[in-house]
Design a binder for this molecule. Sequence first.
Ligand code: NAD
Length: 433
Amino acid sequence: MTARDIAPATGKLGVLTPGMGAVSSTFIAGVLAARQSGQAPLGSVSQMAHIRLGTREDGRNPLIKDFAPLASLDDIVFGGWDPISANALEAARTCGVLEEKDLAPISAEMEGIVAMDAVFDQKWVSRLDGTRVKVETNMWDQAMALIADIENFRTENGCDRMVMVWCGSTEAFQEPSAVHNTIAAFEAGLKANDDNISPSQIYVYAALQSGVPFANGAPNLSTDLPCMIELAQRNGVPIAGRDFKTGQTLMKTLIAPGLKARMLGLRGWYSTNILGNRDGEVLDAPENFKTKEESKLGVLHKILEPEVYPDLYGNIDHVVRINYYPPRGDNKEGWDAIDIFGWMGYPMQIKIDFLCRDSILAAPIVLDLALFMDLAMRAGESGVQEWLSFYLKAPQAAGDAPAEQDLFIQQSKLKNTLREWMGEEPVTHSEAG
Ligand SMILES: NC(=O)c1ccc[n+]([C@@H]2O[C@H](COP(=O)([O-])OP(=O)(O)OC[C@H]3O[C@@H](n4cnc5c(N)ncnc54)[C@H](O)[C@@H]3O)[C@@H](O)[C@H]2O)c1
C-alpha cells in the first residue's frame, strides 16, 4: 500500500470552540494540565491508544500519536465564542466540573482564553439569556464578523492551521428546509435573515469559508445539511457530525452490539437521566430535548437492524428521558432498564446505573476530533469524515448507506483508515491475520 502524501503538522494549531461551557472548559483544562504534567490525557484514543500494524507475529504496535503525524498538544492554541462565559476559567468555575486544586496551576492560562462575542439568538435556546453577543443583526454580517474573528485569531496567535468543534448548547429541533438545499440558497437566506437558519449553521458557514474543518458535538443540524456538504467539498474542508457519544449512548453502543452478536432478543430499553448543569437546563425545554431525543433514539435501530432480525428486534419499546435536577450539576445519573430474551423466549433483565461525569467523558472526544480533523485536512480530505463516527452519537454518513453505529466496527474503521493513509495493510482479524 502506498502512503498518502500528508503535510507535516508544523506550527500552531488553533482549536476554536463555539460554546465555552462545561465541555469546552474541561477539554481546555485537561490539555493544559497534560502539557504541564507531561502525563497522557486519560480517555484520549489519539494520545493513549496503540495501533497494531501487520500480523500479530510482527509485534509492531505503536501509539497512534507516534504512528500518524498528529499535531502535538504543545502546539495547540485555544479560542472560542460564548454569549455568557467571559473566559475559560470563569466557565470552568461556573460549571463546577473540575476542582479548584486542579484549576489552580493552570488558572492564569485559562483566564487568558477569552471568549469572543457570540452569534446567538435566544429563539434557538430559550433557557439562556446571552449578553456577550455580536452587534450585527443581519445573518450575513454575522457570518462576516465570524470570518473576521477567525482571521484575527489566526494572525494574533500565529496559527498555521485551525479546526472548529461546536461545544455550544443544543439548539431547538428543526427539519432541513429549502434554504439549506444549496450554497446559493443558504447565502441568500443569510442576507434575508431567514428564520430557518440557526446560529450554529452560521458558524459552520464561516468555518468552511475560512478553510477551517468543523465537527459538531451537539445534536442540532449543522454540518449535515446539503449546503454545508456542498460547501465543504467545494472548499476542500473536512466536516463531521453529530453529538458527542458519551454517557448513556456510549453504554448503549457497547451493549447492543454484544446482545446482537450473541443473537439475544430485545423487547424494550428504558433510559432515564437526571442532570443539573446548563446543558440539562437547556434540554429541559421540550423543543431542545426533541433534538437530543432524535439523536439518542436512532442508535438502537441502526445497530440492531430489526428489518434483518424481526424475531429478535422487531418489537422494541425504546424510551429516553432527560430530567433537569440541579443538585446533580454535571454529575449525571443515567439508569437503563433493559428487557431482553433468550433461548425459548425466556425473558431476562439488565439494569445499569451509570454515575458518570458528562464533561469528563466528552473532553477527550473534543481533543481527538480536533487532532483527527486537522490530520484529515492535511491528508487532502474534504466533506464528511465517516471514519470519526466512533466519537459521535448520530454519525453523518459519507455516502448513501447509513453510518455504522456499532462502537467496535467504528473503532476498526478509524484504525484501518489511519493504516491506509499511512501505507499499512488493514487489519482484518481473519484466521490468517
Ligand atoms: N457533555 C456531554 O457528555 C455531551 C455529550 C453529547 C453532546 N453534548 C453537547 O455538547 C454541548 C455542550 O455541552 P456542555 O455540557 O458544555 O453545555 P454548557 O451549557 O455547559 O455549554 C454550552 C455553552 O454554549 C454557549 N452557547 C449557546 N449558544 C451559543 C452560540 N450560539 N454561540 C456560542 N456559544 C453558545 C452557552 O452559553 C454555554 O456556555 C451541548 O450541546 C451538549 O448537548 C455534550
